[in-house]
Design a protein around this ligand. Structure first.
Ligand SMILES: [Zn+2]
Length: 406
């Protein structure tokens, strides 16, 4: 039976719906689901529910405590809400979904619940979604580090580069953190499927990959390799400020970011600025061209091709008297196997970058979030894009809580 009471002024008044079950003598146990007629006590409980018209709705029901043959004294299982939850499952779905595209405080106001209720609903929503997901076997993994929190703490992120999804998050960028991720976030079957791990030339990561995934090869991330090259170019620029003081002060001041940009992305007047600078300083020009050429490392389809190109590049460097670029050349030569590994494992470097961008966006929105488990779930959701069609959305809002397999 349903009775509705409202209080307060019309328009904002809250509807209270009292649920009574008539003619029912046996109640399901929250432990095992078995029905029992042995009721010990009953107590009124309330659940926030979806609004009716503009009115927020509260459900009231006298929840029984039953003496179950198997479980002992338990509360009655409620069909429309999880045990201990204070909102109905369908409201939880709406709040949880909204929280993925707006701040929790906003979603809480929108659904007329407190902040902590909204946060709990979001956590339950994300956890239920994550539990329902199919375990894929990732062919290409990404291991990367991110900065997070005050004092720029490092974190290790493990991701599935074929699907473009975050798999796990762990404090630090040590051997231990990646080992934990690989052994706890992936089962043996999943680990066996990994063919390549894309990472920075970061020694601890390389050691762990060799140890935990002996069959997988390490592919050095293009983005990071080029970062090393840009750092070398920056060193040349700094040296030139010392060496060719007056000329550089005239043309080179404030050009750091311009120099670090790729030629293809520099347009119009900025290009002319660079050209003036290069005309004034040939060494800087040489270093810039050398960095630009490194792009070709990823154009070859065979390891031999990559090696030949790098040897040619080193040769071109020989008489330039650019010690910073020579150091870079030695560094690349030491790591050429991992750079050339992309020929056999076509890792999607673009995905590495797009995951990083998504992570930064989520971290910015979730700044100050203390709960690491929740942060990981939010990252998984943001990178998995589980809602791609009206059907996906309908599945999430289904009160039965059927989830997408994505
Ligand atoms: Zn039971």
């Amino acid at each position: 039976m349903v009775t509705a009471e409202s209080d307060g002024a019309m328009g904002t008044s809250r509807l209270t719906i009292r649920i009574e079950r008539r003619g029912l003598r046996r109640y399901p146990c929250s432990g095992c689901g078995g029905r029992t007629g042995r009721v010990r006590s009953a107590r009124d409980r309330t659940w926030d529910d979806l609004p009716w018209a503009a009115h927020p709705v509260t459900l009231v029901y006298a929840q029984r405590r039953v003496r179950c043959r198997r479980c002992g004294i338990r509360t009655e299982r409620i069909a429309f809400a999880d045990p201990k939850a204070r909102v109905t499952r369908r409201l939880r779905q709406h709040i949880g979904l909204d929280c993925q595209s707006m701040p929790t405080s906003h979603a809480a106001v929108r659904h007329g619940v407190s902040w902590s209720k909204a946060r709990r609903a979001e956590a339950a929503f994300l956890a239920a979604w994550d539990r329902s997901r199919v375990k894929h076997r990732p062919r290409h993994l990404g291991a990367d580090e991110i900065h997070r929190g005050k004092g720029q703490q490092f974190w290790t992120v493990l991701s599935d580069l074929v699907r473009g999804e975050v798999i796990g998050l762990e404090k630090d960028r040590s051997e231990a953190s990646l080992r934990t991720l690989l052994t706890t976030r992936l089962d043996a079957r999943q680990r066996a499927a990994v063919e390549a791990v894309c990472a920075d030339m970061h020694r601890p990561y390389l050691n762990v990959v060799a140890e935990v995934l002996p069959r997988a090869e390490t592919v050095f991330d293009k983005f990071h390799v080029l970062q090393h090259a840009s750092a070398a170019l920056d060193d040349v620029r700094r040296q030139e400020f010392f060496r060719a003081g007056a000329v550089m002060r005239a043309h080179g001041r404030g050009k750091r970011w311009l120099l670090l940009r790729r030629w293809a992305t520099v347009r119009g007047s900025k290009r002319r600025e660079l050209e003036t600078l290069f005309a004034a300083n040939r060494r800087l020009f040489k270093a810039y061209v050398l960095r630009e050429q490194l792009d070709r490392l990823w154009m070859y389809k065979t390891r031999g091709g990559v090696l030949d190109f790098l040897l040619g590049w080193l040769k071109a460097l020989r008489w330039q008297r650019l010690p910073e670029m020579e150091r870079l050349g030695e560094f690349l030569f030491r790591h050429v196997e991992g750079i050339a590994a992309h020929c056999d494992h076509p890792v999607r470097f673009g995905v590495v970058e797009s995951i990083n961008t998504t992570i930064k966006a989520v971290l910015r929105r979730a700044r100050g979030m203390r709960d690491d488990q929740m942060l990981l779930l939010k990252l998984k959701w943001a990178t998995a894009h589980p809602i791609r069609s009206a059907r996906d959305l309908a599945r999430f809002l289904d009160p039965e809580g059927l989830y997408s397999n994505r």
